[in-house]
Design a protein around this ligand. Sequence first.
Ligand code: ASP
Length: 324
Amino acid sequence: MKTWRMGSGDPQRNAQGRLCHLLTLEGLRDVEIIELLDTAASFLDLGSRTVKKIPLLRGRTIVNLFYENSTRTRSTFELAAKRLSADVLNMAIASSSVNKGETLLDTVDNLLAMQVDGFILRHSEAGAAHLLARHLGEQAWVVNAGDGQHAHPTQALLDLFTIRHLVGPIHERVVLILGDVLHSRVARSLIQGLSILGCPQIRVLGPRTLVPPELVHLGVHVFQDDRAALEGVDVLYALRMQKERMDVQPLPSLEEYHRRFGLTPERIRLAAPGAVILHPGPMNRGVELTSELADGPQALILDQVTHGLALRMAVLARLAGGSG
Ligand code: ASP
């Protein structure tokens, strides 16, 4: 299976082949993903305890470096680090020297001079996390928390976790990804993760202008007709319409998108009985899906957030060397 490539070598592994950064799911082995999902499962009940902390990363310092907006990813990474007892530095990029022209690598070098252990980076440029990982080598680890339109590996991992935990084995489920695939780092990473775990059918449905034609070469089934796309689907994954990444208007209107591709109670009746709805957030109610569905029993959207916290704990535990 072909995948999106970001230059040569494998910058997320050290010379011994050990994962020392998490930049993309590309090149991960199924056992590595499953180990992360199993570790996340072991952290899941921590949130319902009165004392929600364990000392696994006590004494480690982790920096949240978010150059792009975030609600769920930034706060779950912060909580994940805190629940593992690490110290967390949340860089306020808007009020930092980035506004005086300091580069990403200079900012990081200054933070490194404060002996931090790892960075969680979100950046609008595809490849930013790879650049940082190459710069750091094994001095500190990097987690890619979303780089441009390229990758969002922890989102895909939490989505895989949610499917496996609440729907069933991934190698037995049909998954349909709907909407703005073209601009979506979430879709790219999710397709990679589903393929690695042997999903038997990955389908994509969306306007021609928002579905990259090369997807068919990755073994993805591309649909334009909603009825055919929905038939027999177990997991409906609605993507946000990412207006901020669109240079030209790809559709007549959002109303038209909703009418043709939006999830509605009528439309999901075409899917397999018991089909569930996932969305990475933030949702546009009335565009990607109706409010009735977003708040209904088939939506696992808030479960994704809960699972994201446990999953990010697993990723931090793994990279920071804890036994997790
Ligand atoms: N929150 C996800 C991301 O950062 C999805 C989205 O923004 O649509 O990519």
